[in-house]
Every structure is written in C-alpha cells, then in structure tokens.
Design a protein around this ligand. Structure first.
Ligand code: ATP
Length: 369
C-alpha cells in the first residue's frame, strides 16, 4: 500500500457494489456510481438514506462490507484515509481555535513540509476574499467566513476530490444561499471534483452538475438537475424534487412518438420514452407549474385536459396555488402566475390543461413516495 502521489490519478471516482450494514440494517445497499473528474456531484436524499455513510467510505473513515472504490486508476478501498487523495469538509468547521486563519490553512502543508506554503495559503485566502482576515482567530469570524476557511483549508493540499458533508447545515437560509453560489464558483475555479451531501433539493439543484438521489441505501436516479426534475423516473424522485401530481393511467395505444393513456376515462398523452404495452397500468405525473387553468371548454387543441372544480386558492408569493378536485374526487395542484385572464374563485368549474411533453411516466411499482 503506497501513498498516492498527486499525479497518478484523475479526480474521477468509480464506486461498484458498495454495501454497509449496521447489524441487520442495510445503511448502504449496493451503490454503483461513476463520477466524472472535475465535476460537481450531489448525493441527495432524506435523513438516514445512507449519504454520509457512502461519503465516509469514500474518505476511508468507514470500512465497506462489500464493494470497490477507485479514484482514477487506483483501487483505494484498502487505503488508509490519509493515503487517499481526498479531503472532507464537515458541517462543524473543525478549525483549530487557538490558531490564526492563516495558520489553520497552512497547518497541513507545514506538517507535510510542502513547498511554497506562503504563496499557496495566500492564494487560497484570496480565492474566498479573506486575505485581509488572515491574522484573525476563528472565533472572530462569522459562520459563513469560518466555513469558507474550512473549505480552502481542505483544498490547499490539492486533493483530487473534495467531499462535503452537509457543510452549510449550520448556516441561516440567506447565508446558505450565498455559500451555495460561492461553493459553485470555487469548484469551477479550482476544477477539483466536488461530492456534496445534502438533504436539501434546492441546494443540490443550485450547485450540482449531476445529482444522485438516494433512498434507503440505493441510488434511485442519477442525472442533471433539469433531467431529474423534468423526467423523474420514480414517484420518490418526483416527490423529493418538488411537488407533482401523480395519476393512475392505463396505456391505450402508441401513435408514433406519443403514448395515449386513459386516466379515469380521460385521454392523456405523453412522449414515448420506452416500450409501453397496451393495457398496462402505470403512473404518470405532471408538475403543478406546467398546468394552466382555463374556463371550461377553452383549452388549446392538442393539450391534455382534465376538468375540475377549484376547492382552494392560496397566494404563495411567486404564484397562486390552486387545488382542483376532479370528477373522480382526486385533488390536483396547480401553480399559476397568470391571474389576469379570467377570475378564479373557489367553487368555479375550470379545465386544467398542459402540453403532453410535460407528462412523465414513472417506473412500474414505484407509486409510493
Ligand atoms: P443524515 O442526513 O441524517 O445524516 P444520511 O443519509 O447521511 O442521513 P447516514 O448517516 O449515512 O444517513 O446513515 C444511514 C443509516 O445508517 C441511518 O439509519 C443511521 O442511523 C445508520 N447508521 C449510521 N451510522 C451508524 C453506526 N455507526 N451504527 C449504527 N447505525 C448507523
């Protein structure tokens, strides 16, 4: 087992068949993940889904029961944490309280007797615009400033991969949003692979090039934020990345690139993304902001149309949220920014309509959120 040098691998990460049990409980239940070098990845999922355990196994802080972890061309599965070309930033900044900011960042470099320490520390502090605060102690900084120091301290020895375990969890919402943009900028500037663990879908979507959505120790779906949002493949992903209306449907026929479905007697169309056998039951979904409201009979030709009655209207700032009850007593949610076309009141009969392109199909058996 040898230490990896900085040049013998790229920051690509390959995880195969990763498993970790605690007693009978499967915290990580067979994860396969290919991470492209130099990109920003998020591991997103609810509390307890195995995000942190996965990250800790990559860092070498937890031993897998099964599976392989490769960084670049090197199998790091058996290497000690300090032998792996990764660093981790935790929610608790873990800065040394008695040292200045400068010394905190220089610490690892001094210990390894590296070259150009002064230049490298100053470069890092400039990266987060904190050069002028170099002589302060951590307690003399705000939470956001401390987190910036924690990030550059983890970057200064040029790891191939930076692992971030809910690093913004302790910050208030406004600062959190600022730091999300800042982390994204830092990642672009340094070009190091970032793998960021969060349970906050907005945070993952703001920062990551690719999101792996985890549920019960498994990756449920992997993709770019827009693809996951527009085309979630399971009800869990659809529900975790925003609100959606899920409808039970039966496949009626295929017409070229379009699948025609029967939703409680209503014809609904969606793009044909994979083979669908006629007569098969499936779940389909549509996001609330993709649906428009119109007076009965006034929906554009070619749109999916479901009639209903407005049972609630709530102004929620950027839009108004309508709950519309259908003939079969299901409630659908509609977000609408356009209130000018016709008055909409609770009790009104309306039609909901949307472009078939915005209908997504869910994997069979995945209706439960
Ligand atoms: P959170 O967002 O709450 O941190 P997570 O997705 O990061 O959640 P993990 O910390 O990876 O989840 O934990 C996954 C599951 O494994 C949880 O149910 C947790 O209770 C369990 N677990 C984690 N570490 C241990 C341990 N050392 N001993 C026993 N169970 C553990």
């Amino acid at each position: 087992m040898a230490d990896m040098t900085k040049d013998d691998a790229t920051g690509g990460l390959s995880i195969r068949g990763l498993r970790k049990n605690y007693g009978n409980f499967s915290a990580v239940d067979g994860i396969d993940l290919e991470v492209e070098s130099g990109r920003f990845y998020a591991l997103l999922g609810p509390s307890g889904c195995g995000k942190t355990t996965t990250l800790r196994m990559v860092a070498g802080l937890e031993d897998p029961d099964q599976g392989e972890i490769r960084i670049g061309d090197v199998d790091v599965s058996k290497l000690r944490p300090y032998q792996r070309p990764v660093n981790t930033v935790f929610q608790s900044y873990a800065l040394f309280p008695h040292m200045s900011i400068y010394e905190n960042v220089a610490f690892g470099l001094r210990r390894k007797k590296e070259d150009n320490i002064d230049r490298r520390v100053k470069e890092m502090l400039e990266l987060v615009d904190m050069g002028h605060l170099a002589q302060r102690k951590p307690t003399q900084l705000s939470g956001g400033q401390q987190q910036r120091v924690a990030v550059v301290r983890a970057l200064v020895n040029r790891p191939k991969i930076l692992l971030l375990d809910e690093p913004l969890g302790a910050l208030d919402l406004k600062l959190r949003r600022q730091m999300q943009l800042e982390l994204k900028r830092i990642q672009l500037e340094v070009g190091i692979t970032f793998i960021h663990v969060t349970h906050d879908q907005e945070e993952a979507m703001t920062m990551a090039d690719t999101i792996a959505v985890l549920n019960k120790g498994k990756i449920e779906q992997l993709g770019a934020p827009v693809d996951l949002y527009e085309n979630p493949s399971t009800a869990f992903v659809a529900g975790f990345l925003g609100q959606s209306n899920l409808l039970n449907a039966v496949v009626t026929e295929r017409q070229g690139d379009v699948i025609v479905l029967n939703v409680d007697g209503v014809r609904v169309c969606m793009p044909a993304s994979r083979a669908h056998a006629t007569g098969n039951a499936m779940s389909v979904g549509v996001r609330p902001e993709k649906i428009q409201l119109a007076e009965m009979g006034m929906a554009p030709v070619g749109h999916n149309v479901i009639d209903g009655e407005i049972v609630d209207a709530s102004f929620i700032g950027v839009s108004t949220q309508y709950l519309v009850r259908t003939a079969t007593n299901d409630e659908m949610t509609v977000f609408s920014q356009n209130t000018a076309t016709f008055p909409r009141q609770v009790g009104m009969k309306v039609c909901m309509h949307w472009d078939p392109a915005h209908t997504f199909g869910l994997a069979a058996g995945a209706h439960e959120i």
